[in-house]
Design a binder for this molecule. Structure first.
Ligand code: CTP
Length: 408
């Protein structure tokens, strides 16, 4: 269990922080909410106290004997401010200490995440951008706001990132606080990354299909992590029914043929292509145009033909400097067999990295955690276990360091 301080500044998006608080407490964390005095105009102290199960203060002088302005920051494992308004960002950047929350920001030695929410003009104003740059240079993780509907009838960048996106960053920082500098500096800025996720479906007739158990959670975690690290991400989404990250371009596909053409259209401009989707190897040669009917008790047979091997084709068409990553979900009785299967698949596909995991008994599908071994042509280069977001960060590290070595 970790101790999270949830700071809330005075923006209408404060109501979404209630959902974030629930996510943190349901994940078993202890949360202390520190709202700014003005934010209570949007969500009152009673709501925060009831949802967090703790008393709530906004001012430095409340319960002065507990020295809250120092204690809260010092004891925290993570500080998340959502929403972080233009005013809060300006006060944080200049080191003001005019309410309890800004005192916490000055005394915290743990990672700090700011999730901005404001109108587009305020976000894009040079003053705000300069304050954000200052905070990032000091190691504060300032998320990019989402692009979409704002209060009133305007739209644009300035929406609070979705609670799921804020939570994913928070959880990966709790698992690995040393990552804060990397996330703050947006180390993947300028990179174009194509990620396929989910599972393809091959139509048997207009109502039935051959599919697989992939939830797409791993590919979506990769897309979310890469976007948080500043990359320009295209997500080729095969039949996903999970929450998708903001700040990512999504290209929905259904069948292997659609995924094949979408990935191959996007790949030539990409620095990194990650094939996390579970792609059907076979598709019916002649799918029925009308619904297949039972004819007594006669057995039904369907003829299949092989689909394109998208990953192998990507490798064959790879541009210089591009890194192509494949996934291999194998059923193996032990690690030795897993590594044997993975090494053979890496050689067969020819990709630069292969992310290998054991899916015996259906483990991993739809789960929030994963346990992987990352192989390169020279053998095992990394292992990662934990939330899919933390595993995603390690996969991106491995791909990025390979890319940097190739570019040198
Ligand atoms: N893949 C692909 N095109 C296919 C099948 C798989 O691009 N037609 C990609 C997957 O996205 C994954 C990798 O290849 O990154 C390995 O997928 P997997 O299903 O494990 O490999 P297969 O080639 O199907 O090998 P096998 O069924 O023999 O294990």
């Amino acid at each position: 269990m970790s101790r999270i301080v949830l700071g809330v500044a005075a923006g209408i998006a404060a109501y979404k922080a209630c959902l974030l608080l629930r996510r943190f407490t349901e994940a078993g964390h202890e949360v202390e909410v520190v709202p700014t005095p003005n934010s209570l105009q949007f969500v009152g102290a009673a709501t925060w106290a009831a949802l967090s199960g703790r008393s709530v203060h906004t001012e430095v002088f409340a319960e002065a004997h507990q020295v809250n302005h120092v204690r809260i920051g010092r004891e925290a494992d993570l500080v998340v401010v959502a929403p972080a308004t233009a005013d809060l960002i300006a006060r944080a950047a200049t080191g003001r200490a005019d309410d309890l929350l800004t005192n916490v920001l000055l005394t915290a030695t743990c990672p700090i995440v700011l999730a901005p929410a404001m109108h587009t003009e305020m976000w894009q104003h040079p003053a705000t951008q300069s304050n954000v740059a200052t905070l990032r240079s000091r190691g504060v993780v300032v998320l990019d706001p989402a692009d979409g509907r704002l209060t009133g009838c305007d739209t644009g960048p300035g929406r609070l990132p979705e609670p799921a996106d804020i939570e994913a960053t928070a959880l990966s920082l709790l698992a690995d606080p040393d990552r804060a500098g990397q996330l703050a500096s947006q180390d993947l800025a300028g990179q174009k990354i194509v990620i396929s996720a989910g599972g393809t479906r091959e139509a048997l007739d207009p109502v039935r299909y051959l599919g697989n158990s992939s939830s797409g959670l791993m590919g979506v975690a990769l897309a979310r992590a890469a976007a948080t690290r500043g990359a320009q991400v295209s997500l080729v989404a095969a039949n996903l029914s999970i929450e998708l990250p903001a700040g990512v371009s999504v290209f929905p596909v259904v069948s292997t043929a659609e995924l094949d053409s979408e990935v191959k259209r996007l790949a030539p401009a990409a620095d990194l292509v990650v094939m996390a989707a579970a792609v059907a190897d076979f598709t019916p040669t002649n799918p029925h145009q009308t619904k297949l009917k039972k004819t007594g008790t006669d057995p039904v047979s369907v003829e299949f033909q092989q689909t394109a091997d998208v990953l192998a084709d990507l490798v064959a068409a790879r541009c210089p400097g591009q890194v192509v990553v494949g996934f291999a979900a194998e059923t193996a009785i032990d690690e030795a067999e897993l590594l044997r299967l993975g090494t053979a698949k890496l050689q067969r596909k020819g990709c630069q990295l292969l992310v290998l995991n054991n899916v015996t008994d259906g483990a991993v599908f739809g789960a929030s955690d994963n346990d992987v071994i990352i192989l390169s042509g020279t053998g095992e280069i990394a292992r990662a276990a934990g939330s899919k977001t933390s595993v995603a960060q390690v996969i991106l590290d491995a791909a990025n360091s390979l890319r940097e070595r190739k570019l040198r």
